[in-house]
Design a protein around this ligand. Structure first.
Ligand SMILES: [Zn+2]
Length: 211
């Protein structure tokens, strides 16, 4: 599998890189993002640590803002996972409360007695700082939703099957309470170990990225 994964790393490492703060006018309206993390290397390049996209039309910029800017773990599974690993690493019992989804009014009312919201906000700030200091990303445009989801799934599968993509011993994800994060070396729990890219998918990918 590593031939395809080497190619994917070569292609995605070559596209323009964004960090925080990013200029959203340089980010397409629809597409796929590839996250890289400080200290993580594979195939002699920066190792892909997460691949993501969006379903709704024109939601790529809002999606990236939910990860990097908006301090709400319940709107970003990526933020939730970073928080889980930070809390587990610190042996912080707040992890149990961090798991709760407070999106609905009802949930918020139900748990409001148990949750110290000032403390939760402190963790949100730590997550923001960690993400902004450690992650960069590349993006490429994919207009159709079906195509985005297919490419996302194949890229994730390819990287998850790859023997050469291993996290460093210092990787924060090693502290994740999510077995799939620890095992895969990716900030992901879905689309792992499914159908990977074949040679024609790689060709398609490089055409997409070359524009
Ligand atoms: Zn690989």
């Amino acid at each position: 599998m590593s031939t395809e994964c080497t190619e994917i790393h070569k292609i995605t490492n070559s596209i323009g890189r964004h960090g925080f703060p990013f200029d959203e006018t340089r980010i397409p309206l629809n597409g796929i993002y590839i996250l890289f993390q400080k200290g993580e290397k594979a195939h002699g390049q920066d190792r892909i640590v997460r691949i993501g996209t969006h379903t709704g039309d024109h939601q790529l910029r809002p999606r990236l803002k939910q990860h990097f800017l908006s301090e709400n773990k319940d709107r970003s599974i990526f933020r939730k996972n970073i928080g889980r690993a930070l809390l587990k690493k610190q042996n912080d019992p707040f992890l149990q409360l961090w798991e709760l989804d407070l999106t609905t009014r009802k949930a918020k009312d139900n748990y409001s007695q148990q949750i110290d919201f000032d403390y939760q906000q402190k963790i949100e700030s730590q997550v923001s700082k960690y993400i902004r200091d450690n992650f960069s990303f590349g993006v490429f445009e994919v207009a159709s939703k079906e195509e985005r989801l297919e490419i996302e799934s194949k890229l994730i599968s390819t990287v998850s099957w790859c023997d050469e993509c291993k996290p460093s011993s210092a990787w924060l994800g090693n502290s994740s309470p999510k077995e799939k994060v620890v095992q895969s070396g990716l900030w992901l729990v879905n689309e792992l170990y499914k159908t990977p890219c074949n040679a024609s998918d790689i060709e398609h990918l490089s055409r997409l990225i070359d524009g």
